[in-house]
Design a protein around this ligand. Sequence first.
Ligand code: SF4
Ligand code: SF4
Length: 69
Amino acid sequence: MGKQYKDFEVYLIHVDPEKCNGCGECAEICQGDVFEVSCQANPVRPENCLGCEACVAICKSNAIILTEI
Ligand code: SF4
Ligand code: SF4
C-alpha cells in the first residue's frame, strides 16, 4: 500500500492600499477571520483563508486579489 497524501490549497490574499477605503465589508463576510481593518484592510491571518472569494466579490473597490498557489 502506498502512502496517502492530503491535498490542500494555499491562498495568497493581497489588498491594494491604493484602492482599499477601509469599509470593513471583507472582514464582516470572511468566514476565516482573515482580515483586520483599521483604516485599511489587512490580511493578518492568511492561513485561515478558504478560497471562497466572498471578500473579492463584496469589495466594491476591487482592492482584493486572491491567488491560489
Ligand atoms: S471590502 Fe475592500 S475596500 Fe472594504 S475594507 Fe475590504 S479591501 Fe478595503
Ligand atoms: S477568500 Fe473567503 S476565506 Fe479567504 S479571505 Fe476572502 S472571504 Fe476570507
